[in-house]
Design a protein around this ligand. Structure first.
Ligand SMILES: [Zn+2]
Length: 222
């Protein structure tokens, strides 16, 4: 994929993030990796407003910003930390999803209640207690857990999802909020029943393997 195609995809998924209600105003940010460069949304823009050429090119290794660029998203350090820690990550989406923030800032951990949750996000989701936004401390806290998960919850702030492409990162972002919505409703309705570790493990067993592979292939497909 050329860098121009990556810029076009960033616009496409930025629009979808807003359509899905995963961020409002200038909230949330998105990036994709192209070779040694990270393209990230600029600071102070709604994701819906950014043109393909306005995504800011940042050198992953040095953090150097391409001359003449807009100011990168204020969470640029958090994105760089993830790409440096896990070279296979090609896309990151940081959202401010309403139900996820409400649930996980009220003493609950986001936990699996349905199969797709386990398949897309895994069983144990790391939760980071509130750290001041945009700071090196937040980047360090994210760096400490991105090695073991493609999804991180930031209490009182939002979520981060990673993928080998933007589609993966986006599907994961949607699944986080879907899971939070279901868990929140279940908590209001009564006592949620979460999938056990054994039930989640069985999704990897023979009977379900085809289903799991189909879902993963669809998410991966360009
Ligand atoms: Zn944020």
């Amino acid at each position: 994929m050329s860098i121009d195609q990556t810029r076009a995809e960033l616009v496409e998924y930025s629009t979808l993030i807003l359509k899905q209600g995963l961020a409002t105003g200038a909230g949330g940010n998105i990036s994709a990796r192209h070779e040694n460069t990270m393209l990230i949304s600029p600071s102070g823009f709604s994701l819906a407003e950014v043109r393909p050429d306005q995504y800011v090119a940042v050198d992953v290794a040095t953090g150097a910003i391409a001359p003449g660029s807009l100011r990168p998203s204020s969470e640029v350090l958090m994105h760089l930390a993830c790409y440096r820690k896990r070279p296979e990550i090609r896309a990151l989406i940081h959202t401010h999803p309403q139900h996820t923030i409400a649930l996980t800032s009220s003493g609950h951990d986001l936990k699996p209640m349905f199969a797709d949750f386990v398949i897309y996000l895994g069983y144990d989701i790391p939760h980071i207690d509130y750290v001041t936004v945009t700071t090196p401390e937040l980047a360090a806290a994210v760096e400490a857990v991105i090695g073991r998960s493609n999804c991180i919850i930031l209490r009182n702030h939002g979520a981060i999802t990673a993928g080998e492409n933007l589609k993966q990162a986006f599907w994961r972002a949607c699944t986080v909020e879907e899971g939070a919505t279901i868990q929140l409703l279940a908590t209001l309705a009564g006592t949620p029943r979460f999938l056990s570790r054994e039930e989640a493990g069985r999704l990897n067993s023979l009977g379900s393997e085809q289903y799991r592979q189909q879902l993963l292939a669809r998410m991966k497909g360009a």
